[in-house]
Write a protein that binds this ligand. Structure first.
Ligand code: ADE
Length: 380
């Protein structure tokens, strides 16, 4: 789908007015965000990657901490993946962190440590898609390249009163309105408009600098455009996790078995309490015994329930049942993991883990501290 000549003409005729109105509004009403006062390419890149799937309010503190720890591309490139994942812990979509880290190494090794000021070269880096390339190119380098994320899509679909516009059409439309001499502010202002005024439901049209240019508003169809994407049913899985304690002389020094997920798996590189999905007709303890046999080559006894954690990922939901377990036979090895260790609770705290496993780790600490708990001695 491309812009028809009437729409193209409309955008061309309104270009100056659109630019002036938006940029004036942005100067006056832009929120203060930690990445707003920088055009340093590395900083813009880190912020845009964090903002890909995460709300502004959550990103603020992660962005500050990440740049505090890795202030330059070089610092990020030489860091260990575990350190990078640890700083990303809780932000989700961890492939973003793995890609950022890989891309930093490529930038140091093949681009002299500088992000390339070029859309095509940016696109070749891991984790940089069309949106992020456009955002970095325009904000950091002033290149008039469109960056169409979900917010911008909604704003422009409403301007054009198009319920299902293609990405290419929207990029064309943004490109027509984008000023050569203020590409960065225009990109940020457009995102700001989508985030603060042109909301999915009950858009605040009276406050919108583009209200007079908006065809959906003119038709009274601003809430119906863009058409909502059909939602797929989200499956639910029961998952069991083994908190396997090693024979230790006292419970203060209990070690627990943790495994590191394989690089290419979901949550790759993160540490977890090993386990897996319950199959139909399997009990949770049966599932857990099977998983530990398959993944780590050990036999375990499944004891009391430690905690239950619910979590929603993008494409499925899980209920995660954690059990206190004991090793009954075999020495752990990685059959379906990248690494494993027997770790103290202090060591577990320092490992990068997904939120679900972090909650289990918290429950374990509480369980170990509770006066009634006993550490199971498997040496007997
Ligand atoms: N969402 C994506 N990029 C953003 C930015 N630079 N500022 C605010 N929200 C954003």
């Amino acid at each position: 789908m491309t812009l028809d000549s009437e729409t193209r003409q409309y955008l061309t005729d309104t270009r100056e007015e659109a630019r002036t109105r938006l940029l004036t509004w942005f100067e006056r009403y832009a929120r203060e965000l930690p990445w707003r006062d920088t055009t340093t390419p590395y900083q813009v890149w880190v912020s845009e990657v964090m903002l890909q799937q995460t709300q502004v309010e959550t990103v603020r503190s992660y962005y500050r901490r990440f740049l505090g720890r890795f202030p330059t591309v070089q610092a990020l490139a030489v860091a260990s993946q575990e350190d990078v994942l640890k700083l990303w812990e809780g932000l989700g979509y961890y492939s973003r962190a793995r890609s950022l880290h890989k891309a930093a190494q490529i930038i140091v090794n093949t681009h002299n440590g500088e992000l390339p000021a070029d859309i095509t070269a940016l696109r070749r880096l891991p984790g940089i898609g069309p949106y992020t390339a456009g955002a970095i190119a325009s904000i950091a380098f002033g290149i008039p390249a469109p960056a169409v994320d979900g917010n911008v899509r909604r704003v422009m679909a409403r301007i054009l009163a198009m319920p299902t516009p293609s990405q290419a059409l929207l990029e064309d439309a943004v490109g027509l309105w984008m000023p050569e001499d203020a590409a960065g502010p225009f990109t940020e202002a457009l995102m700001e408009l989508g985030a603060t005024i042109c909301s999915p439901r009950l858009p605040r049209c009276q406050l919108c600098p583009w209200q007079a240019l908006c065809r959906a508003r003119e038709l009274g169809r601003q809430e119906a455009v863009p058409a909502p994407r059909p939602r797929k049913a989200i499956p639910h899985y029961d998952v069991a996790a083994a908190v396997t304690l090693r024979n230790t002389p006292n419970k203060a020094s209990t070690d627990v078995l943790v495994a590191q997920r394989r690089q290419d798996d979901m949550l790759g590189g993160l540490w977890e309490f090993p386990g897996g999905k319950r199959e139909a007709a399997e009990s949770l303890p049966e599932a857990l015994r099977r998983e530990l046999r398959e993944e780590m080559g050990i036999e375990i006894e499944v004891g009391e329930s430690l905690t239950t954690v619910k979590h929603a990922y993008t494409h499925f939901r899980i209920t995660l049942y954690a059990f206190i377990c004991t090793l009954t036979n075999g020495d752990p090895r990685c059959i379906e993991c990248q690494n494993f260790k027997w770790a103290s609770t202090a060591e577990v705290r320092a490992l990068p883990m997904a939120v679900t496993d972090r909650k289990i780790a918290g429950a374990l600490e509480a369980w170990l501290e509770a006066p009634s708990s006993e550490v199971i001695d498997v040496s007997a």
